[in-house]
Design a protein around this ligand. Structure first.
Ligand SMILES: [Zn+2]
Length: 107
């Protein structure tokens, strides 16, 4: 008997947007990592806005610096994006219904 493995794989070249959900009002803001939003850059040259677009409260202090750092890394790697990919953990299964639920590319 053989084991089948499924793994979720995303190429960096396929990533473009990052979404942030406000913990307070649940508004989701989606930012384009390739073309930085002018409103985010207008005030302090950061990528991630300070405040939620829905309730205008400041995002959690962990959000902004880390999303900014991720976007910088995204830009730094973009020239070699076709060689960089992200992978989820392998899912071993002999049950076909579990394989159907797994999404992404088959490895
Ligand atoms: Zn909010």
């Amino acid at each position: 008997m053989f084991a089948m493995y499924k793994q979720f794989v995303v190429s960096l070249a396929d990533l473009r947007f990052v979404s942030i959900e406000c913990q307070l009002c649940k508004t989701v803001v989606t930012l384009d990592m390739k073309d930085v939003h002018e409103l985010a850059q207008k005030y302090d040259n950061a990528f991630c806005p300070k405040d939620c677009a829905g309730c205008r409260r400041q995002y959690d202090s962990a959000i902004r610096p880390n999303v900014d750092a991720f976007q910088k890394a995204y830009h730094a790697l973009f020239a070699i994006a076709d060689r960089v990919s992200f992978r989820g953990e392998e899912i071993e299964s002999a049950e076909p219904n579990v394989l159907v639920r797994a999404s992404g590319s088959k490895v």
